[in-house]
Design a protein around this ligand. Structure first.
Ligand code: NDP
Length: 303
C-alpha cells in the first residue's frame, strides 16, 4: 500500500513509518527538515516531501495519516505559542484536505490525530466515550478546530477517522521518557492530589489502532485511542514506582507546576477519564489493557 504521512518524523510517526516500511508499504513523509535528514532519521526507503504542493495529485494513496503539530507541552502557552500550536495543526490539516480535493483518485482513507484534551476535564466518576461533549479550555478548542479542519474531507467522499489520542507511552520519548529518570531516583510520585485520571496508551496499541483503522473500511468517525483501564495519576505513579522498584511517594504540588508551566500545567494537574468505546465496538483488541503490563513491556525495551 502507499501512505502519505504528516508528522512522520515525530514520536508516534517515526515508529509508524518504520512499521509500515517493515510490512513492505511505500511511505511519503511531509517534513520541514531537509530530505537528507529525514532519510537519515527514518530510512532511505522513505520519500520525503518538504511541501504538500510537491505531491503529485494524480498519485493514489491507500491512506493519508495526519500526525503533524508543534509539541503541546514544550513551551509555556503565551498568545504567540497558542497561535503556533493552532496554525501547525489547522494549517497542515487544511493544506492536506486541499490536496485531497485536487486528487483525481481520492485516498482510501484519511486518518487525522486529535487528543483526549477535546473533552476538557472530567468530573469524578464520569467516563467519556466518543459522544461526550467538547470542553471549553484552550486544549479542547484546539482539538475541536483541528477536527473540524480534518472533517472537511468527508464532503469529498473520503472515509475519515479522527483519533483522539491519550498519553502515548514509550520509554524513548513523550511523557514516560520525562518521568523515568525522576522515578528511577526514587523522587517520583503523584501530581497534585493525584486523583485526576490519566488516559494512556501503549505505543504498540497506538500503532495497531492506526493500522486497524486503515485496514477496516467499515470504520469512520471519531475513535478514542486510550487503554480501557481508568487509572488515576496516583495509581499510575504507584505502578511506575513498582516497575522501577522505587517508592513513588513524593508529590509534585500543583502550584509548582503552575509556576513552571503556566496555563498548560492543567494538562497534568487535571485529567479526563476516557474510554475507547468505538475502537472496542469495532473489534479492536488492545495488547495492553492495564498499566502494569504496559510498563513491564515498555521497560523491557531498555534492558
Ligand atoms: P511530535 O511532536 O513528536 O511530532 C510531530 C511532528 O509534526 C514533528 O515530527 C514535525 O515534523 C511535525 N510538525 C510540527 N509542526 C509542523 C508544521 N508547522 N508543519 C508541518 N509539520 C509539523 O508529536 P507526536 O508524534 O507525539 O504526536 C503526533 C500527533 O498526535 C501530534 O499532533 C500530537 O499533538 C498528537 N498527540 C500526541 C500525544 C502523545 O502522547 N504523543 C497525545 C495526544 C495527541 P518535522 O519537524 O519533520 O516537520
Amino acid at each position: 500500500m502507499q501512505f502519505l504521512i504528516t508528522g512522520g518524523t515525530g514520536f508516534i510517526g517515526r515508529r509508524l513509518v518504520h512499521r509500515l516500511l517493515n510490512e513492505g508499504h511505500q511511505v511519503v513523509v511531509l517534513s520541514r527538515q531537509p530530505a537528507k535528514e529525514v532519510r537519515l532519521q527514518l530510512s532511505t526507503r522513505v520519500k520525503p516531501v518538504s511541501s504538500l504542493s510537491a505531491v503529485n495529485p494524480s498519485t493514489y494513496f491507500d491512506a493519508v495519516i495526519n500526525l503533524a503539530g508543534e509539541s503541546i507541552l514544550d513551551k509555556r502557552w503565551s498568545q504567540a505559542r497558542k497561535k503556533v500550536l493552532l496554525d501547525s495543526r489547522i494549517g497542515v490539516t487544511s493544506e492536506l484536505v486541499d490536496l485531497v480535493e485536487r486528487m483525481e483518485n481520492k485516498p482510501g482513507c484519511f486518518i487525522s490525530a486529535s487528543a483526549v484534551g477535546y473533552y476538557g476535564f472530567s468530573q469524578p466518576g464520569e467516563h467519556l466515550d466518543e459522544f461526550a461533549e467538547v470542553g471549553n479550555d484552550f486544549a479542547a478548542t484546539l482539538c475541536d478546530r483541528w477536527e473540524q479542519a480534518a472533517r472537511r474531507v468527508e464532503a469529498l467522499g473520503v472515509r475519515t477517522c479522527i483519533v483522539r489520542v491519550g498519553v502515548v507511552l514509550h520509554p524513548s520519548g513523550g511523557a514516560l521518557q520525562k518521568m523515568l529518570p525522576v522515578f528511577r531516583l526514587g523522587i517520583g510520585g503523584p501530581i497534585g492530589n493525584g486523583q485526576q485520571v490519566m488516559s494512556w496508551i501503549h505505543m504498540d496499541d497506538m500503532l495497531n489502532a492506526l493500522i486497524f483503522l486503515v485496514n477496516h473500511p467499515e470504520t469512520k468517525g471519531v475513535f478514542n485511542a486510550v487503554a480501557p483501564e481508568i487509572l488515576t495519576n496516583k495509581a499510575f505513579a504507584k505502578e511506575l514506582g513498582r516497575a522501577v522498584r522505587r517508592p513513588a511517594i513524593f508529590t509534585t504540588p500543583e502550584c509548582v507546576l503552575s509556576l513552571m508551566l503556566g496555563e498548560s500545567a492543567q494538562l497534568l494537574t487535571e485529567g479526563q477519564a476516557v474510554i475507547p468505546k468505538r475502537l472496542q465496538d469495532a473489534g479492536f483488541t488492545f495488547a495492553y489493557l492495564n498499566a502494569r503490563k504496559a510498563l513491564a513491556s515498555l521497560l523491557s525495551y531498555l534492558r
